[in-house]
Design a protein around this ligand. Structure first.
Ligand code: DSN
Length: 448
């Protein structure tokens, strides 16, 4: 597949090769990442990247789109079937542009919007102050309770008081089922559009492992590369409930994407989305998603049995949020770095009511989609949970200084101290051994 680039551009080729090795010999536990099939890779690497196709099937601004039209229509039909929705737009370049298109379609600048607060697990594009969605619109964030579950009473109260035009349900760090039905009622009473951002759980929704938002919300957005296991891309869907509220909603969404926000769609990505959606319709995909959640629950159990505190004391989905505050505040960076050293890739993350900051948060987020794609099951999760717990305990005494100017030195000293940590290195060797038993893209042949 990459025979030619290895000769013409060894610099890029060697870096791709190194990254492949990193992925193969490490446990990828960032919950938003996954390993796509060779078929998805082939569609993404195809000649479809050569084409320009502004517009929509049968309504293009350029000639030569007869086959692109068929590809995009196929992706649209597959998305509608998979998510049981009335309308699908498969052109968003990724999740953030998809979400921004929802604002453009439903709101005017300055309108009130409501979303899950970022430090409580919400997404930047649901109205966080650093995102344009928190600057162009009047954002009223809602929160989780001290037990980590969504605070439905607060959401209802805020919706009644502020009458938002648009409400979001969805998150990047929420480990429990989303109460779509309850939020649907709250949004209806407030007269708001309700958009479900199911980027993290879209595969689980297709497989029936998480309730579908389709009957309760007006709009659904998703990325296509997380549990759905497709290429990096995005989709926006309009439900029947959405069309009942606003018969022009599908057109508004389409116009918001093009010409509102984007130019030509990435046709190679569209084809790869179609391929991933076809894969997601198979019984094996349903089994895969069930196993993602079983693995996540087993990993959560193992971590807790080994003395690690989790937000909400468990999980309903593919994700786990470790609360490191029993060891002090702002410990996420130390744990992430130490796990990296053992070839376990995770990300530091805020936890609800985090006593530290988003850049130096007090939690770590983990997920099982990629490990499950490799074929790992409960037995491996139990072991991985023990390793992660041990590593956390190895670094628990490192303190993040209050004085920001001292953080750089502190982290330098930390890295030097753990570089030769015997136990972390032993665990790394076990991780590599485990990864070899569950190969990913075996024999490097995708590089040939
Ligand atoms: N970056 C994604 C995640 O990791 O959840 C959200 O955009």
């Amino acid at each position: 597949m990459m025979e030619d680039i290895s000769k013409t551009d060894p610099e890029v080729y060697n870096l791709i090769k190194k990254e492949l090795k990193r992925q193969q010999l490490g446990l990828e536990m960032i919950p938003s990442e996954n390993n796509v099939s060779r078929m998805v890779l082939q569609a993404m690497g195809s000649i479809l990247t050569n084409k320009y196709s502004e517009g929509y099937p049968q309504k293009r601004y350029y000639g030569g789109n007869q086959f692109i039209d068929e590809i995009e229509s196929l992706a649209i039909e597959r998305a509608k079937k998979a998510f049981k929705v009335a309308h699908a737009n498969v052109q968003p370049y990724s999740g953030s542009p998809a979400n921004f298109a929802v604002y453009v379609a439903t709101c005017h600048p300055g309108d009130v919007i409501m979303g899950h607060n970022l430090p409580d697990g919400g997404h930047l594009t649901h109205g966080w102050k650093a995102s344009v969605t928190g600057q162009f619109y009047k954002s009223v964030p809602y929160h989780v309770k001290s037990d980590g579950y969504l605070d439905l009473d607060e959401i209802e109260r805020l919706a009644k008081e502020h009458k938002p035009k648009l409400m979001w349900v969805g998150a990047t760090a929420y480990v429990r089922e989303f109460p779509f039905e309850e939020l649907g009622k709250i949004a209806d009473e407030a007269g708001a559009y309700l958009a479900a951002d199911i980027a993290h759980i879209s595969g689980l929704v297709i497989a029936g492992v998480h309730e579908s938002p389709s009957p309760y919300v007006h709009i659904i957005t998703t990325t296509t590369h997380k549990t759905l296991r497709g290429p990096r891309g995005g989709m926006i869907m309009v439900t029947q409930k959405g069309l009942d509220k606003d018969p022009d909603l599908a057109n508004k969404i389409d116009r918001a994407i093009f010409p509102g926000l984007q130019g030509g769609p990435h046709d190679h990505t569209t084809a790869a989305i179609a391929v991933a959606l076809e894969e997601s319709s198979k019984p094996e995909f349903k089994e895969y998603c069930k196993q993602i959640v079983n693995n996540s629950k087993e990993l959560a159990k193992s971590l807790m049995e080994n003395g690690i505190k989790l937000v909400t004391n468990g999980t309903d989905n593919h994700m786990i949020l470790i609360d490191l505050t029993p060891f002090g505040k702002g410990k996420g960076i130390f744990v992430q770095e130490a796990l990296d050293l053992a070839n376990i890739t995770t990300n530091k993350n805020t936890i609800p009511a985090d006593p530290s900051s988003p850049f130096y948060p007090s939690g770590v987020r983990l997920g099982t989609p990629s490990l499950t794609t490799r074929g790992m099951q409960e037995k491996e999760m139990e072991t991985i949970g023990k390793w992660i717990s041990e590593i956390i305990k190895e670094v628990k005494d490192f303190e993040l200084p209050d004085n920001k100017a001292e953080i750089g030195n502190c982290l330098k000293h930390f890295k030097e101290s753990i570089e030769h940590n015997k136990r972390i290195h032993e665990i790394k060797n076990h991780v590599v051994e485990l990864c070899r038993k569950f190969p990913m893209y075996p024999s490097f042949d995708i590089l040939r």
